[in-house]
Design a protein around this ligand. Structure first.
Ligand code: UDP
Length: 160
């Protein structure tokens, strides 16, 4: 395809984005999806689930032993979350910027946490922090057949 230039070949990076139970309860699921859609990222997978403790222990493995680990598992395990995979150029780093800092007090207005959250323990949404953790998290939360294969018809208007 003549239209496919360099930025497009890098456009297949993926990130695991999750609306946490507080985001679901507060009705911000659509708002979060809207921001990723509007930016031009491609939705590859989406499901609502109440995560098991085993899943969360793996997802938050790096935090085992920390004082916020138990409250964190109670919080995320308390209700349904909306788990998603978004795809696009630099989606991991751009997604983190869109989310804002882990502590909403340090998140800029205009970011998801900066617009909708106040404390770290109720910070609305999760986004992978590196390409490596994105791959690990997507594997953990989704089966391969849950990832949609499709072409966004706007792709050549999003990438040059
Ligand atoms: N967290 C918390 N207290 C803390 C640090 C983290 O409750 O002092 C929670 C918070 O929900 C955060 C999650 O643990 O989003 C994972 O922490 P991490 O440092 O990995 O931040 P993130 O990657 O989510 O921004």
């Amino acid at each position: 395809n003549l239209y496919k230039t360099s930025t497009m070949t890098d456009a297949h990076e993926r990130s695991f984005i999750m609306v946490k139970p507080d985001g679901v309860q507060r009705g911000i699921v659509g708002e979060i999806i809207k921001r990723f859609e509007q930016r031009g990222f491609k939705l590859v997978a989406l499901k609502m689930v109440t995560p098991t403790r085993v899943l969360l222990e793996q997802h938050y493995d790096e935090h085992q032993g920390k004082k916020f680990f138990e409250p964190l598992l109670q919080y995320i395990g308390s209700g349904p979350v909306v788990a998603m995979v978004w795809e696009g150029l630099n989606v991991v780093s751009v997604g983190r910027k869109m989310l804002g800092a882990t502590d909403p007090a340090k998140s800029e207005p205009g970011t998801i946490r900066g617009d909708f959250a106040i404390v770290t323990g109720r910070n609305i949404a999760h986004g992978s922090d590196s390409d490596k953790s994105a791959k690990r998290e997507i594997d953990l939360w989704f089966r391969a057949d849950e990832l949609a294969v499709w072409t966004n018809s706007a792709e050549r208007w999003i990438y040059e």
